[in-house]
Design a protein around this ligand. Sequence first.
Ligand code: P6P
Length: 337
Amino acid sequence: MSRITLSQFLIQQQRDGERISAELRFLVEVVARAVKAIGNAVGKGGLTNSLGEAGGENVQGEVQKKLDVIANEILLEANEWGGHLAAMASEEMDAPHQIPNRYPKGEYLLLFDPLDGSSNIDVNISTGTIFSVLRCPDFANGGAAPVDESAFLQPGTRQLVAGYAVYGSATQLVLTLGEGVHAFTLDRETGSFVMTTAHMRIPDDTKEYAINASNARSWEAPVKRYIDELIAGKTGPRGKDYNMRWVGSMVADVHRILTRGGIFLYPKDTKDPTKPGKLRLMYEANPMAMLIEQAGGSATTGYQRILDVQPEKLHQRVPVILGSKNEVERVLGYHSA
Ligand code: P6P
C-alpha cells in the first residue's frame, strides 16, 4: 500500500464527490491531533504525576482518573476554537459543553468518551478515545442560543463520522465516514497518521468471544444459553471450541474484533434493574456500532439494532452485543425465541 496519510485520505474524501465538507475534514483532523496528545499523556505513564485518581466522580458515579480529566480537557481545548462545532458532549461532563462566545460556532456536534478503559491506565493495559459526530439540528442564526441536551438525542443512524483511537503497542486511529472503515497508525517519527488498513472487514463467523464472565449469575436467559453453548465447545451444540478474551477496555476488544473477528457482549444484567447495561449509548455503543456495521458486522441491544435506538438521555446506557454477523444474529435469535 502506498503511504497515504490521514490528511491525504480526508482531502481525497472531500474531493471525491464531496463526501465530507471542509469543516468536517477539519473536525476529524483536529480530533486526530487531540488523540495524539492524549496518547502522549497516556504513554508517559508514571513518568509524570498523571496516574491515579483525580479525586472526583464523573456523571456516571465512576471514580475519575487524572488522565480522564486530562484527556477531556485536551479534546475540549482542541475543538472549541475551530468554528466547526455547535457544542460538545463527554462522558466526563454532566451537561453539554457550550462553545465560548469568543469563538464562532459550526453545524456539528462532537461526542466522546475521552479515555475509555481508564481502570486499566495504572496497570499499563490499552485504553482509547471514542468519538462520534452528529449534525446540530436547526443550527440557526450562527448558533447564538445555547445547545441543550435535546440536540444530541439523535439515533446512531444520524452519525456522520465515528471513530476511536486505541493507545496500545501502537497508537491507531480507526475511522468511518460512512463509506467503510479505515485504520491509521501513528508514525511517531513524523507525527503523521498513516493508513495501514483500508476497508476493514469482520469475518461473519468467529471462534472468539468477549464478555465479563464474572457477571454470569446476573445474565438474562438468552445470553446465559449462548455463552454456555460456547463453553460446551465441540462437545456441545456449536460443535467447535471457542476462545475468550476480555481486556476491560471496549476500544481494545472492539479493535481486536474489527481486526480478526469475534463477538463482544456487555448485556443487560439483573445486578441493577435501573441500569439496562453498563455501556453508554451516545459515545460508546453508537460510534462502535457504526464502525462494526460499516465493516460488515452487526450491533444489537439484544432487542433492537443499536443504531436505531432513539436516545432519551445523553448519558443513557444500553446493552451491547456486537461483532461477527452470524454470532450476533444467533444471540438475537435466542432473545426473540
Ligand atoms: P467491567 C471501561 O470502564 C468500560 O466502560 C469499557 O471500556 C469496558 O468494556 C467495560 O467498561 C469493562 O467493564 O465490568 O468488565 O469492568
